[in-house]
Write a protein that binds this ligand. Sequence first.
Ligand code: BTN
Length: 266
Amino acid sequence: MKERILSLVSPKYPWKDRFQWLEETDSTNDQLKKLARQGAPHGTVLIADRQSGGHGRMGRSFHSPGGVGIYFSILLRPQCAPGELMHLTCATAVAMCEAVEKAAGFRPGIKWTNDLVSGKRKLGGILTELGLSPRGGVDYAIIGIGINCCQQEADFAEEIREIAASLSMVTGKEIDRAAVAAAMMDALYRMDRMLLTEKSAILDSYRKNCITIGREISLLRVGESVRHGKAVDMDDEGALIVEFADGHREAVNSGEVSIRGMYGYL
Ligand code: BTN
């Protein structure tokens, strides 16, 4: 698989010797974090065929069976303060829309902030984790992405069967996971080159793909009760602007945002 992925990556991709394919691991994010602390360089990529402990935001697990998905983590070492990376998950989501479009022929939507979706169903998710240096700068950023590629509905665990989809279910075609992985590598390389210099163009692309804007949502934050409102925009840091029933607006950059009509929120 490793050689096939590398054969499909653009000749311009500069980190071919920083890529490892793993048959099985607990979590590519957790493994890459260990490598980051040991000094692994910018551009290191781990992709696993299956994960026994794949996880996502809010401590949720990410089902990662073998042979059907791509479980991908990349290590970046951007030279900046953590506050300059507020848009990193958004930038990754845009890059993943480009990668899926190239490899599978359709452009997914983005459910703010980190889900790739098609219709009402989730195709994949993004988990970004930062490590800080003793002086408070960014030591490393780990970006983990899981994409369902080849599953059919019956392959998903019962608890996610009605809310999950794969690239194959959307296209009705067989999906070449190596082509998906190669397109992800290329898109992330391009994203890295733009990340700190073209923030507003990146966020404009995100807004165009974001299905949350304009929808009725509920917001659940730790220690708060659920609040309902409408997502009206996204600000220049990637925070969702929500208008609540009393007319006041808040920039939301944490917590769980559910869209009415999706993932079982009626
Ligand atoms: C989410 O849906 O909240 C994010 C899911 C992120 C899953 C990917 S799979 C590769 C990497 N390793 C992990 O343990 N998580 C990410």
